[in-house]
Write a protein that binds this ligand. Structure first.
Ligand code: UDP
Length: 446
């Protein structure tokens, strides 16, 4: 028998009778929401006012330039605001479209906030799906969460989804963080640069594409009708991989022959900027994996997970199976098998009927293994995926989103396994950027 006090969970409200407690909770919740809203607005007003005062000389100069050049000071663009109420976004006449300094007046007036989804033109707002309409419950903002992720190349969800999630989770504290990260993102992101379909770094040709396109490509190559054509090798490269490829001719040759080399991480993003081109997206294996599982479940493609410590691939498989019940895991095998058993492992993979083989031995070991056994393996698509199973099994925690948004996932990895990672990041990152700089300089001289 449990005694009465076993059932009582002591809470912040002490021993208040239950009915009173429920009433208290009902009034407390809306009160906290209201305080949050007021706090957000107060923060916006303070920041906008402070900026207007600080930037007054600049604003006056802008106004004068606009007046002299166009005869007008401001132009107005009709956009859709909170609760779908239209408002006029202000811009100094002659300025390029988009939010400029004059938007500070919109923030003062309450048309806009500092953080929030991008204000939409009428036509775009009408096309939005019903499920995404919750974005209209918050003020549109100068810094949008989607733009921030675009800038650092981690926008893998469509804008409507990012805005919807923002609207559900909006808070004053979250907004303050978003603005800080957005400012860092603006510095990292730099100006607009051309986006060629391929990026050349140290002679390796990297596909400059989006996450959905990469998933489409893999699914198409893995489709049953495709099995007659030659097998596809997919590799992900981060600065560490490219540093290895710089000195390891074998690995470089394999990457050159690979069917699809995808860019992984903020280092590639920075490298591209030094080369004067823009990375479309950070299409790393860790972010691609769940999307690939979802797609494989839809298309009925079986997955074989090979690599990592005993039990890890199986745990990652179980986690994905729980998320996508229709996913078919054709088989799993750890990555520390006896070389004498290699033939048996390959036989198991081939007998499993898997369409996609994921190998996690770390780079370049996994790519070399896949190249060595290219003609003995049956799955039409093979991917080298590094430490991926460690993340999805829960053995190693992934960096929180805010760290990834400002391009600091590598710092997280370094802190987790300093003994193993310091060479890769502390020496490897500057070395990579130095080598890219040399490549950029060489290119300019040619
Ligand atoms: N690994 C393996 N067999 C080996 C050596 C390594 O299965 O002989 C696994 C290891 O357990 C880890 C992965 O390969 O899961 C390498 O992870 P790392 O983070 O080094 O890869 P990265 O993503 O950085 O290439």
């Amino acid at each position: 028998m449990r005694r009465r006090h076993d059932l009582e969970v002591p809470g912040p409200l002490g021993r208040r009778p239950r009915r009173l407690r429920a009433l208290w909770r009902r009034t407390l919740l809306p009160a906290s929401v209201l305080v949050g809203l007021l706090l957000s607005r107060a923060l916006d007003l303070t920041v906008a006012l402070a900026l207007l005062i600080l930037l007054a000389p600049l604003l006056a100069a802008r106004a004068l330039i606009a007046r002299v050049r166009t005869g007008r000071i401001l132009t107005r663009e009709r956009l859709v605001g909170r609760f779908r109420v239209p408002f006029e976004q202000l811009r100094f006449a002659g300025e390029a479209p988009g939010a400029g300094l004059a938007v500070l007046f919109n923030i003062l007036r309450g048309d806009m906030a500092i953080a929030g989804p991008r204000p939409l033109p009428e036509a775009e707002a009408q096309q939005l799906e019903v499920a995404a309409a919750v974005r209209f419950t918050v003020r549109p903002g100068l810094f949008s969460p989607y733009r921030l992720r675009r800038r650092t190349g981690i926008a893998h969800e469509p804008e409507a989804v990012v805005d919807r999630d923002y609207a559900y989770a909006q808070s004053a504290r979250g907004d303050a963080g978003l603005v800080v990260r957005a400012l860092i993102g603006e510095v990292l992101g730099g100006g607009e640069a051309p986006t060629p379909p391929r990026l050349e770094i140290f002679g390796v040709s990297i596909v400059n594409t989006t996450m959905p396109e990469a998933v489409d490509w893999i699914a198409a190559r893995a489709a049953p009708g495709e099995t007659a054509s030659r097998p596809a090798l997919v590799a992900f490269v981060n600065p560490d991989c490219l540093n290895i490829a710089y000195v390891d001719a074998d690995y470089r040759r394999i990457l050159l022959a690979a069917d699809c080399v995808l860019p992984d991480g903020i280092g590639i993003h920075l490298g591209c900027r030094m080369l004067g081109v823009a990375l479309v997206a950070n299409v790393n294996g860790t972010d691609l994996f769940p999307r690939l599982c979802e797609r494989a479940a839809e298309d009925g493609l079986g997955l074989f997970l090979l690599g990592a410590r005993p039990g890890i691939a199986a745990a990652a498989a179980a986690a994905m199976q729980a998320r996508y019940p229709r996913l078919r895991i054709a088989g799993v095998e750890h990555g520390y098998f006896d070389p004498a058993n290699e033939a048996a492992v390959i036989a198991r993979i081939n007998a499993s009927g898997a369409a996609i083989l994921l190998v996690a031995f770390g780079a370049p070991r996994q790519e070399k293994w896949l190249a060595r056994h290219r003609d003995r393996l049956a799955p039409p698509v093979r991917l080298g995926v590094g430490g991926l199973f460690d993340f999805y099994s829960g053995r190693i925690a992934r960096a929180p989103l805010w760290m990834r948004e400002i391009g600091l996932e590598w710092v997280w990895r370094l802190l987790q396994e300093p003994g193993r990672m310091w060479r890769r990041y502390v020496i490897g990152n500057p070395l990579f950027l130095y080598r890219v700089w040399r490549q950029a300089r060489g290119g300019a001289q040619r």
